[in-house]
Write a protein that binds this ligand. Structure first.
Ligand code: CP
Length: 306
C-alpha cells in the first residue's frame, strides 16, 4: 500500500503526535550536524508550480539528510510549458522510478489527483487555499519544543485566514492536539465555517491575543487578492497587524510565529519580528526536521498511513 501526506484534516491526533515526536529527534540530530541513511537509494522529486524558498529548500535538505537523491523539476522550464498535464508529468516521473513527489500547486486538490494516479508517494507542499500540512507540522513542532506540550495552550492566529492554507492546516492539527485556537481577520478575509471547525472567532486583535501562549501572524497573500479586501497596506498594519502593544495582551514570553515570507511592517512590526519572543527563524529549522520525519515515515517498509 502506498502512503502519502495530503493534509492534516484526515489525520488523528496520535498520528500527528508521532510525526512531531520523530521530528523533535530529527531537530536534535540537525543541531548536532548529523544525518541518516534511511532514504539511501531512493529518489525525491520536487515539483513546485508556485514560488517557494523555505518549503522547497527544506524538503531538498531533508531528503539529502536522509541520503536520498533529489531532483528539483523547474516547472517554468519543463514540458508543463508545452501543455503537459499534471497527471502525465506525474506518470513521467513514475517511469523514472521516482519514490516521492513533493508538490506545490495553486489548485486545491492537485496533490490528491497526483496521488491517485502515480505509484510514488506524494507529499503536499501547499495546494491553493486548502492545506499546507508540513508548515503546520513545523509550527506545532516549534510550539511543542518551546512550550513542552500543545494540549491546553492558547494559539492566536491573525491575518488573511481566507486565503491561508497554513491557517487551515494549523486549525486541523492544533485542535486535534487539544489547543484552543483563536482567529482574527478583517471581515473580508475571514471565511465562513471556521467556528464549526473548532476555532474561536474574535472581533478584535486584543480579544484574540489576550492570554495567548502563541501569537501567529499570517502573510497577506497579495497574489491571491483579486478584490480590495482592505484599503491599503498601511491601514492593514495599523488596524489588523501585530505590534508591541498588541503583543502585550499575550502571556509573558508568548511565542511569536509567522510562516514566512513576512511582509515586514505589515503583518508584524520589525520590533516584533526581531524581538526576543520571535521564533520565526527557529521555525525554519523545525521545517527541515519535520520534513525529514514525514519522508522517513511515509517511505518506511511497514508503511505509515498519513
Ligand atoms: N512558509 C512557506 O510556505 O514559505 P515558502 O513559500 O518560502 O515555501
Amino acid at each position: 500500500m502506498k502512503h502519502d501526506l495530503l493534509g492534516l484534516y484526515p489525520l488523528s491526533g496520535e498520528e500527528i503526535d508521532e510525526i512531531l515526536t520523530l521530528g523533535l529527534g530529527m531537530k536534535a540530530l540537525l543541531k548536532r550536524g548529523g544525518s541518516l541513511s534511511d532514504l539511501k537509494g531512493r529518489s525525491v522529486f520536487t515539483l513546485f508550480f508556485e514560488n517557494s524558498t523555505r518549503t522547497r529548500c527544506s524538503f531538498e535538505l531533508a531528503a539529502k539528510k536522509l541520503g536520498a537523491t533529489v531532483v528539483n523539476l523547474g516547472v517554468s522550464t519543463s514540458s508543463v510549458q508545452k501543455g503537459e498535464t499534471l497527471v502525465d508529468t506525474g506518470k513521467t516521473l513514475d517511469a523514472m522510478r521516482c519514490d516521492v513527489i513533493v508538490i506545490r500547486h495553486p489548485a486545491g486538490g492537485a496533490p490528491k489527483l497526483l496521488a491517485d494516479t502515480v505509484r510514488a508517494h506524494v507529499v503536499n507542499a501547499g495546494d491553493g487555499m486548502t492545506e499546507h500540512p508540513t508548515q503546520a507540522l513545523l509550527d506545532m513542532l516549534t510550539m511543542r519544543e518551546h512550550l513542552g506540550t500543545i494540549a491546553g495552550k492558547k494559539v492566536a492566529i491573525l491575518g488573511d485566514i481566507r486565503h491561508s492554507r497554513v491557517a487551515k492546516s494549523n486549525l486541523y492539527g492544533l485542535t486535534k492536539l487539544g489547543a484552543e485556537v483563536s482567529l482574527f481577520a478583517p471581515r473580508t478575509l475571514m471565511p465562513a465555517g471556521m467556528d464549526a471547525l473548532g476555532a474561536r472567532i474574535c472581533s478584535s486583535r486584543e480579544e484574540a491575543v489576550e492570554g495567548a501562549d502563541v501569537v501567529m501572524g499570517l502573510r497577506i497573500q497579495l497574489e491571491r487578492q483579486k478584490a480590495g479586501n482592505f484599503p491599503s497596506l498601511g491601514e492593514y498594519a495599523r488596524y489588523y497587524g501585530v505590534d508591541s502593544r498588541i503583543l502585550s495582551y499575550a502571556k509573558q514570553g508568548a511565542l511569536v510565529m509567522h510562516p514566512g515570507p513576512v511582509n515586514r511592517g505589515v503583518e508584524l512590526t520589525s520590533a516584533v519580528i526581531d524581538g526576543a519572543q520571535s521564533r520565526i527563524e527557529d521555525q525554519v529549522l523545525s521545517g527541515v526536521a519535520v520534513r525529514m520525519a514525514v519522508l522517513k515515515l511515509i517511505t518506511r517498509e511497514d508503511g505509515y498511513d498519513l
